[in-house]
Design a protein around this ligand. Structure first.
Ligand SMILES: [Zn+2]
Length: 248
């Protein structure tokens, strides 16, 4: 069954509790916006602080129909063979990421986890996709738009295939934008830049602990490894400082 997002928005905006900055609704139904489009998978209204994410099209049972190659989701989405095949081109190889880089460790962790095959693992994969979508829409509620700077959770994507090829983290520009928005909501007892830096460290640690619970599937295993390396780098760089933002 398809639900109209405008109807849902009207209800959500009315029932949203006053202290809430924004609300993201997750529902299992398919969505549509108007008679012209066949379906949409998420929608945000920044002015209302309301977003809606549908789980329906993210179900792994639709992967074949959507042209999704599960082996080449992030962090393996930049694999040269995969990119060449998709673009019908052949570029000169630039080599692999260093094995001890955050991205290199994420790739190794994803390979170790192996591909999900049981119903339970596939449900975790589905869960990971929904989480990424909710993260994107929540970030949009704080003013983030499509990112054109780096590899980033906020990169513009079209369809479920592309949605799985972007990383689950924000680039330095988007982290800084979101961080400065969020620290405005916190008590003012430290300088803004210090609060932003402290927030990033705490946020990485919380995300890493969360990913650890689900690391039997490649997406969470890779993100856990990536976050571990970034936390390590921050420590060796003097707890954040110049390299507070993420890199590959
Ligand atoms: Zn970005």
């Amino acid at each position: 069954m398809q639900l109209n997002v405008s109807d849902l928005r009207t209800v959500l905006a009315e029932i949203k509790a006053e202290p809430a900055h924004s609300v993201v609704m997750v529902l299992n139904h398919d969505l549509y916006e108007d008679e012209e489009g066949s379906y949409i998978t998420e929608r945000v209204w920044v002015e209302y602080g309301v977003a809606i994410v549908s789980t329906f099209r993210r179900n792994p049972c639709f992967d074949r129909m959507a042209g999704i190659d599960r082996l080449h989701r992030w962090p393996a989405s930049h694999c040269q063979a995969y990119v060449d095949t998709r673009n019908h081109l052949s570029f000169k190889a630039f080599g692999k990421p260093p094995g001890d880089s955050a991205l290199g460790l994420a790739i190794k962790a994803a390979n170790r986890a192996g591909q999900p095959s049981s119903m339970e693992d596939l449900s975790y994969l589905w869960f990971a996709r929904v989480l990424a979508a909710v993260s994107r829409e929540a970030a949009r509620c704080f003013g983030l738009q499509n990112c054109t700077y780096y590899s980033c959770l906020m990169q513009g994507v079209s369809g479920m295939r592309q949605a799985g090829e972007i990383p689950p983290y924000l680039c330095p520009v988007c982290y800084s934008t979101l961080g400065s928005e969020l620290v405005l909501l916190q008590p003012v007892y430290r300088r803004g830049i210090e609060r932003e830096d402290a927030w990033l460290g705490e946020h990485y640690a919380e995300l890493k602990a969360f990913c650890n619970k689900w690391n039997q599937i490649p997406h969470f295993a890779a993100f856990e490894a990536w976050l571990g390396k970034r936390l390590e780098d921050r420590k060796s760089d003097g707890d954040g400082g110049e390299t507070a933002g993420p890199s590959n």
